[in-house]
Design a protein around this ligand. Sequence first.
Ligand code: BGP
Length: 480
Amino acid sequence: MAAEHPLSAKALPVDIPRDFIFGAATAAYQCEGETLTHGKGKVAWDDYLAEKGLFSADPASDFYHRYPEDLKLCRKYGIDGIRISIAWSRIFPKGTGKVNLEGVIFYHHLFAECKAQGVEPYVTLHHFDTPDALYSEGDFLNRTTIDAFERYARFCFEEYPEVTNWFTFNEIWAAVSNMYIEGTWPRGQRYRLDLAFQAMHNMMVAHARAVLAFDELGHRGKIGVVHALSTKYPDDPANPGDVAAAAAEDVLNNQFLLDATFDGSYSDDSLACAHHLAGIAGGSLVLPEEDLSQIKAAAPLNDCLGINYYQSNFLKAYDGPNDLHHNATGEKGTERYALAGVGERVSHPEIPRTDWDWLIYPQGLYDLIMRIKDQWPHYGAILVTENGMGAKDELIDGEVHDAERIDYIRQHLSWTLKARSEGANVRGYFVWSLMDMFSWTNGYNKRYGLFYVDFDTQERIPKDSAAWYAKASKERRLDG
Ligand code: BGP
């Protein structure tokens, strides 16, 4: 049974400290447009989307040209932090080697505009967009990509001293799960948990090498990694099979990466589970000593953790074959997630779901934050770097009444602030997303933005949620 979540219906009437960041998030490939121009190199998505006859990420929300307008909106609507990612292939079109000066300058201008509008940039180096030249040689399964990533990170740290908040990767778990388990992204492999674990490890080595470089260069500012985390509850806590299923999915989605991030080593439980699941997939996991010493050295140098939270999962024991179906259309009830050796995700009628079958369970975010605080007390600081609700918003008479999104954000912020009031060092919250943009497997009908984008004209229209967020930020209360 689902745990109770008594705060879900109403907001906590707490005063929110002035220094708590009311942010909003973006990602280069999802909003910039100009994907193959201005010297930018290809990424895997370009061919993948074209070959499948899917959507185009051009011009997406045309952020490449419209960022001054978007940053003005941030300022006007009380958004004091923005997550931005640098497109690696705009800087190094082939991932390494020759630099594209136009791309380098673009980000200088963007950061300068952030400063001019008083909006603090939180910058991610990799948001699902490995340059194609490296992707086609194996992405992070090929260790030369780790070297290239470190070079790219060093370049950015030295080039952009104006940035003081850095994240290495966005959602290592989501990347590997979609590439090697669900097969819904470029690469399209399914049920290869061996490759998923190997890629997670290799990306954590790349993260560690970037963190060590950041320290060595004496860069002013903070650095961390953004993980996509979700709490895994046994469907029936009294059923040992359900408990084991939740524990296995927790290793896969959370624990393996958090061990590496904060402990700089993998716990015995994580290792046993990872090797077991890699074996079921017909492969194995290689963890060279040199990697482990780099991960170990970097662990205490993480200043903060970004948590992207969208949903939690309830797990039942499952001994059937792999059986996944991804709901990419918003047709409620079509998602299926059952993994051999892990478990089966189940839903509950009393827990609401989005049209994309994502469980709306804000207490899961609180449970996550408190778990990190207890299990890894040296975590530094936490930022909720993404949280938001995808919906088929409609523009009616020039307005978007997105009451469900307001409720979603209010509930998640309430639980975040409850964790903070109980001693967790949570410094801010970023809505996904600032404006409507391209969604990886859903294209443009899944909208998350505080600002509606008319993709024909690129006009930005504030939704009701934008007005609500502005008021909450200004008044520092959630009960408005
Ligand atoms: C996160 C990603 C974002 C964004 C969001 C919503 O995993 O960091 O890039 O896309 O999820 O996901 P989707 O667009 O698939 O609904």
